[in-house]
Design a protein. Structure first.
Length: 162
């Protein structure tokens, strides 16, 4: 199985807990026999696909990177600019898309952006959160609906939603 991860933070970036979570996820997926490709915006790793660009340009270039790789599953660990190429790829080529939320939202979304983000989330096969509290806060602050959710605790046994 080919799995692509799209993220803001990868090795040698400021992503702290997210970066560690993803490195552990990649190690677990590789140990299970998956072929992994990481597409990242911040950090350094010559073996993966680094795209240091604005959010909009990152979204476009990530879609091309997905097309070149041809994943069966895309797991997303970032905002709209990470989710948009995954959903576009799914609509064009078919795959499973899993969005994972890692950090609590700080402020409400505008109505227009909430509609855009909800449209993307509605096309995800699964939406995961690293804690139940994060799921609650994301719903409270952003007023988004998550029909298919899982909690994927860091350090817990890997239970993939797909």
């Amino acid at each position: 199985m080919k799995v692509a991860l799209i993220t803001n933070y990868w090795k040698e970036s400021q992503g702290g807990g997210i970066r560690v979570y993803l490195q552990n996820l990649v190690n677990e997926l590789a140990a299970s026999g998956a072929d992994i490709r990481v597409i990242f915006r911040e950090g350094h790793d010559p073996d993966e696909v680094g795209i240091p660009a604005s959010q909009r340009l990152f979204a476009v270039r990530s879609l091309f990177a997905l097309r070149d790789y041809g994943p069966d599953v895309v797991t997303v660990h970032g905002g709209w600019h990470c989710l948009f190429p995954a959903i576009a790829y799914k609509l064009l080529h078919g795959c499973i898309v899993v969005q994972t939320f890692h950090t609590e939202p700080e402020e409400a979304l505008t109505d227009r952006f909430r509609l855009f983000y909800q449209t993307l989330l509605n096309r995800c096969d699964h939406v995961t959160f690293v804690s139940n509290r994060l799921r609650e806060r994301t719903f409270e602050v952003w007023n988004l609906k998550f029909p298919r959710t899982e909690i994927t605790y860091a350090g817990g046994a890997l239970r993939l939603p797909w």
